[in-house]
Structure formats: C-alpha cells, structure tokens
Design a protein around this ligand. Structure first.
Ligand code: PLP
Length: 415
C-alpha cells in the first residue's frame, strides 16, 4: 500500500490545520501537507511520512535540510552575535561581501533580506544611474523588463512583473516600466529612449516556466546597454547561487552585468538577500540613500558563508552540472515514453522543468501522494528543484516516482 495515501480516518483536520484556518491570512494556495522535519533531501510530515523534497523551499535550501556544516555555523553564531544593525561593522558581513565580490567581479555588495527587497534596491540603483546621467530627478527613470517576468511582490517588483494575476488590485504601480519580449532583441531596442536608465531581466525566467535568456540575446542586450549607457541588471534571485551548476546563471554566457540581485539559496534557509553592483555604479548609493535594519546580520551572513563554503570546497557545482544533465536525460526518456502526457523537458543543473500537455496541478498532487514534492511553474510546467547536494540516486528515485505516476495515467484532473 502507498504509505502516503491518506486513510479516511487520517483525513480529519490536525490542530495545525485548524489554527491555520482560523489565524493565518489566506493569501497562499497551500498543499494539503504539514511538514514537521527535514534531513538532507527528505522531509517528513506531521504523520511521519517521508517525502523527497524537490522544491527546496522554492530554491532556498541549497544544502538540503540540516546540513551539519550549516547547522554548526548557525548554532555557533547564534551564541556569539546575532544582530548589531548596519550602524556598526561586523566581520561576517565583511567576509561575505568579499566572497561574493570574488564571484561577481570588481564591485561592492549591499545586503538585504529577500529577493523582492534586492530588486527594490536594484530599481533604486537604476534611478540613481538615470539621475547621474541627466542631472535631473525624474527625467530618466525608464526600466525595460521582459514580458512574463517575475521580480517579486513589492511595488517595485510588481511594477517589473507585467502579469495580471500579480498586479490586479494594487494599481497604480510605479511608472517608467516597459516590456520587451524575451530573446527578441529588437523588441527591447525599440523601447529604448532618452529616459531609459536600465534593462532588468531574470537570467532564467523560472516562475514563468524555466525559460532562459539565450546567450546571443544577452550579448545583444549587453551591447545595447553599452551603446545607450543603460545598466544591465540581472535578477538571479532564483537561478543564482549555484542552482544551474554555475554560481551565477549568467556565467553560462560571456555576458557580465552591472548589477545582480540574489536571495533564496544564498542563506540556505536563513533569510538574506544581496545586491552586487559593479565598481562603475556601486558609488551611486551614498550614506543615507538606502538602508535596512536587518540586512546582513552576523547570523544571516554566517548562514550564507556556510553555503558558500560547501559550494566552493566540495565540487558541488560540478556535480550539479553532471547530475543535472543526467536528470534531464532521464526526463527526456520519460517524454518519449509518455508523449500523450509530456511535451518536453528543459533546464540547467538542478533547475529542471517538465512540460506537461495539460494543467499539472493534479499530477503534482499525485506525485505528492507517491512521496515526491515538486513545484509548478507557468505554462503547464512541473518544476524540479532538488537541493544542490542531492545525489544521483535521489534524482533516480524521483524519476522512478514520476514514471510510476505517469504509468498510472494519473495526470488528468480526475485524480
Ligand atoms: N525574483 C525572482 C526571479 C524570484 O523567483 C522571486 C521569488 O520567487 C523573487 C524575485 C522574489 O523573491 P522573494 O520571494 O524572496 O521576495
């Protein structure tokens, strides 16, 4: 018997579920699952059933759950010094800024707490660049983004995210945003004017279905930015920090941006975000021009340094590239085996999308009932985001579970 199938008696509401019903604002569509514990690539629910976690908390738990090095670093720092504010220096923030700059290139880092906050910072950077260009506030505030982008839920993030489901109810948004079509260079070129300050893109559009900027497109965008003195800003909140098998996803191309947004995987589960800005523009922020109470606390930086230690020292990214290709090949085999249900597979490293022929909601539920947690993405895509430390046997286990559900044909809405 499938250990994940709920018996009728176990379907009554748990205490946690009842409290959620009564006290938690209902802004999320949540799975019918209460998670209680995690270890490595696995999580356990409140009934002690085990699941393979291929969500990584939406690309966050880069080292999986309870990685000993991460746990030790966080535990040690919690007893040493947790928070001091940015009115003082702390050595962990210094070390993390140095390590990130070694990866991104000559420049400087500003810390925050989330992806949306990193993007707000980047939008402010774009405006400061426009101000320096024209010498006049409000004259050059244009930011060109991509249709189907996702940059977060704050007002800046929503303004850069031209999706009705995101913006509805919250307009008017920030002015100055316009949208080209991803991988169609001319559609961006047409939008450039004297009031344009920046082009702002996800290197890989993840929420919209794992759609990468092609290397040629990125090269063309870089040339446009150089020609018109625009900042090239890349949102690597979801695709960065090793997810694709390179520390930054743009490293799969020859292009280097002027500024980068990071968050999610950076803290391995502890909230932290960061903006890297190149030397050319890092001085645009001056004392008092931007700030946050929590950004870059010693504790958050200790967590992030632990993530970087593991990614740097243990050849993890090389394995992500090799195992990621293996996973993609296995999923492509499934596409050939189940052409009626699957339309294709794509992705890089441990960020892989399985294109379904119809809405994947019930397929995802069936996978959960078989013991595999995955996410959806736009355009009927099932998103697989194993932790970066997942081993090949765990990837194969996931493929086996997917195969099992497809074999049962449980991908239509009747299940
Ligand atoms: N940018 C991208 C590309 C994202 O995928 C996300 C979240 O999914 C965000 C920004 C927003 O990040 P956060 O949820 O940490 O605010």
């Amino acid at each position: 018997m499938n250990p994940h199938a709920l018996s009728p008696s176990s379907q009554s509401k748990s205490a946690t579920e009842s409290i959620y019903d009564q006290y938690i604002i209902k802004n999320y569509g949540r799975a019918e699952l209460t998670l209680a514990r995690g270890e490595g690539t696995y999580v356990w629910d409140d009934r002690s059933r085990r699941y393979l976690d291929f969500t990584s908390g939406i690309a966050v738990t880069a080292l999986g759950h309870g990685h000993p090095h991460w746990v030790e670093a966080v535990r040690r720092q919690a007893g040493e010094l947790v928070h001091v504010s940015n009115l003082f220096r702390n050595p962990l923030q210094a070390e993390l800024a140095k390590r990130l700059t070694q990866k991104a290139g000559p420049g400087r880092v500003l810390f925050c707490n989330s992806g949306a906050e990193a993007n707000e910072t980047l939008i402010k950077l774009a405006r400061l660049h426009g101000l320096r260009k024209t010498g006049e506030e409000g004259k050059c505030i244009g930011v060109i983004c991509a249709a189907d982008a996702f940059h977060g839920r704050t007002f800046g993030g929503m303004s850069a995210t031209p999706q009705e489901k995101i913006q509805k109810g919250f307009r008017p948004l920030l002015s100055g945003f316009s949208f080209g079509k991803l991988n169609e260079l001319e559609s961006f070129e047409r939008l450039i004017g004297s009031d344009t300050a920046a082009i702002f893109l996800e290197t890989i559009q993840v929420e919209s279905g794992i759609i990468p900027c092609s290397p040629e497109f990125l090269v063309g965008i870089r040339q446009l930015c150089d020609k018109h003195d625009l900042l090239l800003i890349l949102d690597e909140v979801q695709c960065g920090v090793g997810r694709t098998g390179r520390f930054f996803a743009f490293e799969h191309s020859p292009v280097r941006p002027d500024a980068i947004g990071m968050a999610k995987g950076l803290g391995g589960g502890f909230p932290i975000g960061a903006v890297w800005a190149s030397e050319k523009v890092a001085d645009l922020f001056t004392p008092g021009s931007h700030g946050t109470t929590f950004g870059g606390t010693p504790l958050a930086c200790a967590a992030a340094l632990a993530v970087l230690d593991i990614l740097d020292k243990e050849g993890v990214l090389e394995r992500v590239r090799g195992n990621g290709s293996h996973l993609l090949a296995q999923l492509n085999d499934l596409c050939r085996k189940y052409p009626d249900q699957l339309a294709g597979a794509r992705g890089l490293g441990y960020m892989v999308g399985l294109q379904m022929r119809s809405d994947p909601a019930s397929f995802i539920t069936s996978l959960r009932k078989s013991g595999l947690l995955v996410l959806s993405a736009g355009g009927n895509v099932v998103r697989l985001l194993p932790p970066l430390v997942a081993i090949r046997a765990e990837l194969d286990e996931a493929v086996g579970l997917i195969d099992g559900v497809l074999k049962g044909g449980r991908t239509n809405n009747a299940s």
